[in-house]
Design a protein around this ligand. Structure first.
Ligand code: ZN
Length: 360
């Protein structure tokens, strides 16, 4: 199933989930499918690791494709670096070439079956029965022709000849999908072939840096009601963040690194004493860390982390594990019996975090 030899070559299928597998292979032609679904793990970015396997070939070819999921995802990034080809069709009325975009599909309110295309050049009204001939006469145009050696193509379902992709049907699907952000995102990704936009396009690190405010554990904002801690585990250290939660805001109050081998005692003793520490609250009295989440997901640290959290469960110190995919809940207890593990919908959390940063 996973490997075929034929005269002049061979074909291998590998799962991007275990990039470790990639090391044993080299390939002249590399095809990567659904790259926005790849997860960057402990071993690194599966796309970069796969590309490394083609290095020895002068005449290598790398083809990556995906439904774009997020606007900062690999599919969008690769397309933005390419010569950015779009598929244009001639307007049957004025003959101008344009890409069929969703914004130019119009319909009478409540009547998806009236869907038609309005040619962006001259406003010609084009009913769907012209689609087949328009698409047959269509052609690819590079919008960044100065880029050499990296072709990129984008296309959406509006040019699809399939019966179930007729404009009226897609409009009906859209009217249903826009009832919730999740279904609208699916429609945007799968039908329009566009990444879901979080409003962070112009957020850059310098701007973010400039927006810092002087608070911390020694100056806890008065509106903070409780503190939580998140811990990331690496072979040689623990990295942790302490956050203060107010009614609507979350403050990053501290970031610390405890160096030492993760299978040694000292980093865990340091962590335990920090978990017992208390800080002055401007409202009077002192507060400590109410709850802590420790990543047990990667790098074979699971047992060590669980040994620490198991005996501190009563103090709300828990093991977590991040999972990709937008449809996951932020936090959900693992279904496995006897396991004190919480699963974190990492992509969903990140996208909400980005939304928060851009909104404030
Ligand atoms: Zn026209």
């Amino acid at each position: 199933m996973l490997s075929r030899k034929f005269p002049g070559g061979s074909l291998k299928f590998l799962a991007a989930k275990s990039p470790r597998n990639l090391r044993r292979h080299t390939a002249k032609v590399l095809l990567l499918d659904e790259i926005d679904g790849y997860e960057v793990g402990q071993e690194g970015d599966p796309i970069a690791l796969a590309e490394m396997r083609t290095l020895t070939y002068r005449d290598r070819k790398i083809i990556a494709g995906s439904t774009p999921i997020f606007d900062f995802g690999p599919a969008t990034r690769l397309f933005d670096k390419s010569d950015k080809r779009i598929f244009e069709v001639p307007c049957p009325s004025c003959d101008e070439l344009s890409e069929i975009r969703w914004a130019d599909i119009k319909w009478d309110e409540g009547k998806p079956e009236t869907a038609h295309w309005v040619c962006p050049s001259n406003g010609c009204v084009i009913p769907e029965n012209h689609k087949a001939e328009m698409v047959a006469d269509g052609r690819w145009r590079a919008t960044a022709p100065e880029v050499a050696g990296h072709a990129g193509f984008r296309i959406n379902a509006l040019v699809s000849p399939h019966f179930n992709a007729r404009w009226g049907k897609l409009v009906a699907e859209f009217l249903e999908a826009k009832k919730s952000p999740e279904t609208l995102q699916t429609f945007t990704n799968l039908v329009l072939g566009e990444p879901w936009k979080t409003e962070t396009d112009d957020l850059d690190e310098h701007e973010l840096f400039g927006r810092r405010e002087p608070f911390g554990l020694k100056a806890i904002p008065a509106e903070v009601m409780f503190l939580t801690m998140g811990v990331d585990c690496q072979d040689d250290r623990l990295e942790l963040v302490i956050m203060g939660h107010a009614k609507s805001d979350i403050y990053v109050l501290d970031h610390r690194v405890f160096y030492g081998p993760i299978d040694g005692e000292s980093v865990w003793q340091d962590l335990d004493s920090l978990l017992r520490e208390r800080w002055q609250h401007p409202g009077g009295g002192a507060i400590g860390i109410d709850s802590a989440a420790i990543d047990s997901g990667d790098g074979g640290h699971t047992d060590i982390v669980n040994a620490f959290t198991r005996t501190r469960f009563g103090r709300r110190v828990v093991s977590i594990k991040g999972l990709g995919g937008f449809s996951r809940p932020f936090l959900k207890r693992s279904g496995t019996k006897g396991q004190l593990l919480w699963l974190v919908g990492a992509d969903a959390v990140k996208s909400q975090l980005f939304n928060r940063i851009s909104r404030n």
